[in-house]
Design a protein around this ligand. Sequence first.
Ligand SMILES: [Zn+2]
Length: 371
Amino acid sequence: MNMRIDTDFPGGNLLVKEIRAGEAVVAVDQRDTPSPWFYWCFRAAFQEKGEYRFRFDQPNKIGTRGPAVSYDNGITWEWLGRACVDDSGCSFVYSHDGKGGPVIFCMGMQYQPVHLDRFLEAHADSPFLRKEILCRTRKGREVELLTIREPGVKSPHKLLLTSRHHCCEMMATYVLEGILLEALENAEVRRTFEVFAVPFADKDGVVDGDQGKGRAPHDHARDYGESPIYPETASIMKLMKEESIDFCLDLHCPWIHGKDNEAIYFVGPPLRSMEEKTKVFAEFLRKEAEGIVPYDGEILLYGTSWNTGANYIQGSPMRDWAIRQPFNRFGASMEIPYANAGETTFEPRMMRNFGRCIARAMIRFSQEIKK
Ligand SMILES: [Zn+2]
């Protein structure tokens, strides 16, 4: 039983150590991330019907719903489920029926530029949505800046949305897309906010399939300050200053499983006044999300669990820089799990719906803090 593995496509990441009959021993390609991380994405072609095993050389590489799998070249995704994962959690089995083309496996549900392009194509006729170029990456790629504006209306607030400061955090971008969808379809959002969005804050990492998290010497989410080393972060700070953007939301995904990683939560800010505002927003969001996505209003307060000063020694994330700017009213950072909140399994449609909840909660919240 032979198989062929490759990573020669956007987002591809895997090291193949050994392939023997029906089994591949593989490893995550850490690239420039020194500490073990868990992003991988590969394509496999199978010669014949049968059971094929993929064994990682290290633990904690397969998530709570098993691998995500795509049969249409990475466009749509489903979970293979935990039943195909062995007890050690290090390997999974794929049963190939002998039909169809290559299959792409990934640790989560992929969101690549092709997905953003599909979103933009679907709304090409929108009078509100525009795609601009924020900047070019170190490797010369264009970094998308999307704007949503109601023509002829001066909205009282400006909202910046970002994801993929850690490029492997794919599910967060489905949530971002949902916020944009609500802004396109709900005039109240546009009359409250002029919306700016940078879906791929580390575009090179997204396309190259890097871990991104904990990159040496520091990653994009530790680059906000006096001397940024990435063009994207420098451009985001410039944009915020030039536009006096008063609301911002930075979307992330947490670690791969366990406590703090299988629930949606806000990362509590280091400023007390902002912590209070985050609590208010979290409560609006909890109500909006009821019956759509389990979100119990959780905030991981600053000073607890991993959210302490030690986590930010290398530098500041966007939120921490933004909330210290004179024009800022609200900055928040959220963690969206890769695959589930408790018993609830995530998939793109649910994540977009959660994004819509965020947009609606943001309207109520902006009205509340004005009082
Ligand atoms: Zn992150």
